[in-house]
Design a protein around this ligand. Structure first.
Ligand code: 9MR
Length: 568
């Protein structure tokens, strides 16, 4: 029996909750325009094969990274419910078509998407109905079950979560059941829609013409709208302290859209503590340019909207890198074609964000990790890993900056690099590069010092870093701390204190050197930190950022506040 209940509209802290009536039309009454990989028209959603993947460092392989409707509705359920989807253009021998219900949204770590519990139901290219379940303990589905259906054209699929069982129906016909390991144990359901490209690269995708949620067995079900992006401000925060510094100075962090839209405590800290954000992944080519000429800016735009809602600057990251490239970007052999790809990408992406971002990492990590590059005539530049260097030599850097400047003349343009805080040939070569760029009139405004201190050996004296910032000042170039994190060992005595001292030491130098414009950490909480150990599942989180896995501030936070308070 269905219980009809009315839930007052109002704020739930997670956003507005609207109605708990027996049937909620999720498509027509709610916003799907922000869902990547789809086009909304007349209450119908076309789902195309977005082909997003998270590739390995060398751009090989690639774990599927299908999108979610983060800025759309999600469900809160305290028990049983049914979701019904009418899907058109499915089972046409052309690729699989999927509705995905996430109990918890995935977390993107370094080159890896950690699947949390979710259920995927869809119609395969050959007309079967397939149900797959991720139980939060691996990348692959723990369960995959096929049901004969002979489905093609338009099919109405219904999946009911009843007790510890999922029941699946197609066009009103019961197909069977699948055991539920507790996918929705947290009481939330987020939506994803996926189209596999299948054999046919040009697959148009499928259409979602109806999506209905309904409570079952007398349980309650609420539809929650996307949360307010604006966060409450307070006086005792990093950004409030930074605002008191006599010159413009920003304190920032890298942000990821999944926790931002689904974890209210993360969102509150992100919007109140920082005056600048760096998109951790959403602006990288594999996210927003997954197929040649196919761009999807919606996840990236979410971060821009969050920044705007909270008066934060966006330090955009990154236009030209040798990592996070979709496979297709490495396929061209013709150097002229590679150059065109790079220039088109920059013009389109920097053009899209023109006026919306303050700064760009135009070129990321151009320096080589291979000692030979420093003596073989490459002047320390990364060569064979980089399709851009391979095609254009050093010239790619000039071209990239010039193209970014053409696309967004007001944005400040940075080159971002790691391992250059310390002395050595890497820094010397980078300095020489910046000098050459300046001499050639390349529009470069600054250098980002990433400051990843992954091992104790990476910890560098603030004074060395200072001398590099000063060297840049002489060239008329700005500096910033762009990605700081300081993982500490579990048994490291006074590790938290060391971490705090390392971070505050760099911040202090940055505050004291007039050409150092901002200090940013790479994420702010260990809960979603990119230094988690992803070799095991689930990953073991690291201790590297100013807030711990429970979003409690650590000593590092106190030291950063203190350094800002004492700023000249
Ligand atoms: O934290 C990012 C991780 O989630 C990505 O998988 C990875 C590859 O795109 O990039 C990580 O961020 C890197 C940044 O873009 C550049 N400097 C090093 C950062 C940490 O690895």
């Amino acid at each position: 029996m269905l219980l009809v209940m009315a839930v007052a509209a109002g704020c739930t802290g997670q956003g507005e909750s609207i109605g708990g009536r027996s049937d909620e039309d999720l498509l027509r009454n709610h916003n799907w325009t922000q869902m990547p990989g789809t086009t909304a028209q007349n209450g119908i959603l076309r789902v195309s094969a977005s082909d997003r993947h998270i590739v390995e460092q060398d751009s090989s392989g690639g774990q599927p990274n299908p999108p979610l409707n983060l800025a759309g509705p999600h469900l809160r359920s305290d028990g049983d419910f049914t979701v019904t989807a009418r899907m058109s253009g499915v089972g046409d021998d052309d690729g699989d078509s999927w509705l995905r219900l996430y109990g918890r949204v995935p977390v993107i770590y370094d080159e890896w998407r950690q699947e949390r519990p979710s259920l995927r139901v869809g119609v395969t290219a050959d007309g079967r109905v397939r149900v797959q379940i991720w139980d939060g303990e691996g990348d692959e589905p723990a369960t995959s079950k096929d049901f004969d259906c002979g489905c093609s054209g338009t099919v109405t699929l219904a999946v009911s979560s009843i007790g510890d069982t999922f029941r699946v129906k197609a066009d009103g016909r019961q197909l069977g059941t699948v055991q539920d390991p507790g996918v929705f144990a947290e009481g939330t359901v987020w939506f994803g829609l996926e189209a596999d490209a299948g054999e046919n690269e040009r697959r148009e995708g499928w259409r979602l013409t109806q999506l209905i949620a309904r409570p079952e067995s007398g349980d309650s079900l609420r539809v929650i709208k996307a949360p307010q992006l604006r966060q409450a401000q307070s006086d005792d925060t990093l950004r409030a302290r930074a605002a008191d510094v006599e010159r413009p100075f920003d304190v920032g962090t890298a942000l990821a859209e999944n926790p931002l839209l689904t974890d209210s405590r993360y969102r509150a800290l992100a919007g109140s503590q920082f005056s600048m954000l760096t998109p951790e992944n959403a602006f990288k080519p594999q996210f927003l340019h997954p197929r040649r000429g196919v761009y999807d800016f919606r996840d990236a735009d979410l971060l821009v909207r969050f920044a705007r809602a909270n008066d934060m600057k966006v330090h955009a990251h990154t236009l030209v890198w040798h990592e996070a490239l979709p496979n297709w970007m490495r396929e061209d052999d013709d150097p002229e074609e590679v150059r065109r790809t790079m220039l088109r990408h920059i013009a389109t992406v920097a053009g899209h964000f023109k006026g919306k971002v303050a700064e760009w990492d135009v070129v990321n990590e151009p320096m080589s990790d291979d000692e030979k590059s420093y003596t073989n005539g490459n002047l320390g530049l990364r060569s064979e890993q980089s399709p851009w260097y391979e095609a254009m030599g050093e010239e790619y850097i000039d071209e990239a900056f010039r193209a970014a400047h053409r696309a967004d003349p007001k944005a400040e343009l940075f080159l971002n690099e790691y391992g250059v805080e310390e002395e050595g040939e890497r820094w010397d070569a980078l300095y020489d590069l910046i000098k050459r760029l300046k001499e050639r009139g390349v529009p470069i405004d600054g250098v980002g010092f990433q400051n990843h201190e992954y091992t104790p050996g990476d910890r560098t004296a603030p004074e060395t870093f200072r001398s590099h910032v000063q060297d840049l000042a002489e060239l008329g170039v700005q500096a910033r701390v762009s990605e700081m994190d300081v993982p500490i060992g579990e048994d490291e005595e006074d590790g938290r204190e060391t971490q705090a001292v390392e971070m505050a030491g760099k911040l202090r130098v940055c505050l004291e050197e007039p050409n150092c414009t901002s200090f940013s950490t790479w994420g702010f909480t260990d809960r979603y930190g990119s230094t988690s150990d992803t070799k095991i599942y689930p990953p073991r989180t690291a201790d590297s950022l100013p807030w711990d896995t429970d979003l409690r501030p650590k000593r590092a936070y106190e030291h950063l506040l203190e350094a800002l308070r004492a700023a000249p």
